[in-house]
Design a protein around this ligand. Structure first.
Ligand code: BG6
Ligand code: MG
Length: 214
């Protein structure tokens, strides 16, 4: 099956923001006396803000109302936005710019499929606001990864059948979402060891585009 479109996850694939998400959740967890560690953080990769909070609150004995949960998520986002204030093109992950240039040369269609509501702000900060003709993010979807909605919406907007799309993902939830959407997946970063991925690489410097596309 010929691949004609590539749908990129944003956080952990295009740009290194995961540490900032981690630090922001950690600050909130400390202030609220909630348990939070690196292992728990791994479960937040690719997952929406409210679902991330639900994972953090799993072990809490206190019951939080919906309004309280919204306030907590908003506070985390304030900490996160402060941390990404100085995000710049230097934070683009290794191999990304060269990979995008190769895809453009091949005439491949490109999109972003991200759970993040900060996606437009981040793309602006790293100088890639105009790099993707289609951007589907957390502001536009109802069901977050592992549901395939974000990728299926991106494919529909590109007018490409899901089986002709390659998703590039660093999160387990994202790999699940892409496979559920009947797409091929290249696992990078944390997903470089995910055996369900169609292809795997530590980062995009290691990817031989020709062997994937054809
Ligand atoms: C994903 C991240 O891209 O976006 C998750 O991997 C994050 O860790 C999610 O929770 C939602 O992000 P935001 O920016 O809307 O809080
Ligand atoms: Mg990611």
């Amino acid at each position: 099956m010929k691949l004609v479109a590539v749908i990129f996850d944003l956080d952990g694939v295009i740009v290194s923001t995961d540490e900032f998400h981690y630090l922001a959740w950690k600050q909130l967890a400390e202030e609220e006396a909630l348990f939070f560690d690196y292992q728990m953080n791994q479960r937040l990769l690719g997952v929406s803000r409210m679902e991330s909070l639900a994972i953090i609150l799993e072990n809490s004995s206190k019951e939080y109302s919906f309004t309280e949960k919204e306030a907590l998520a908003q506070r985390k986002n304030q900490y996160y936005k402060r941390l990404i204030e100085r995000l710049s093109p230097r934070d683009i992950l290794p191999g990304v710019n060269a990979f995008l240039a190769k895809l453009r040369k091949q005439g491949m269609k490109m999109a972003i499929g991200s759970s993040s509501k900060n996606c437009p702000l981040i793309l602006e900060k790293i100088g890639l606001a105009d790099a993707f003709p289609v951007v589907v993010d957390g502001n536009q979807i109802t069901n977050s990864k592992p549901d395939p909605e974000v990728f299926l919406t991106a494919a529909a907007r590109l007018a490409i059948a899901p089986e002709n799309c390659l998703v590039i993902e660093d999160a387990k939830a994202g790999v699940t979402a892409a496979l559920a959407g009947n797409m091929k997946v290249l696992g990078v970063g944390a997903a470089a060891t995910d055996e369900r991925a169609t292809w795997r690489a530590a980062d995009l410097t290691e990817v031989d585009l020709q062997s994937i596309i054809f």
